[in-house]
Design a protein around this ligand. Sequence first.
Ligand code: CMP
Length: 136
Amino acid sequence: MNNVEQTLSIIKPDAVERNLDNEIKQMFISKGFKIVQEKKIQIEKSEAEKFYKVHETKPFYNDLCSYLSSGPIVAMILEKENAVLANRDLMGATNPKDAAEGTIRKKYGISIDKNSVHGSDSLENARIEIEFFFKD
Ligand code: CMP
């Protein structure tokens, strides 16, 4: 069955700051993802608040939005069969301490906040998140 999907991935400030963006992109490519579009940008805190609106009631929301806007990030549209799930598998658990061997967060994540990558958690959110970064 051909079920090609697109999902959004963000290489977060902690990883870009350590110049890990190319290594992380290579991990995606070696797992068969196509990077359809990408851009390196720094967003305003107000934009981070919009992006993470789903978390607005969480105690970590303010720190999360400050963090995502604290430095350059790389936003990418990734494409592959079952890309949403495949990306989540490759990223590993949210907390790098719990992430499995071979995952991006296990390899590069520093903490639950500085966990190096974000990925859409559903196909519906993937569409919303892709639209957020790549409207035009
Ligand atoms: P991400 O996949 O980008 O989605 C929301 C982010 O919130 C998550 O990765 C973590 O980096 C961050 N975060 C901070 N604290 C928590 C927490 N207690 N539970 C889940 N996510 C958290």
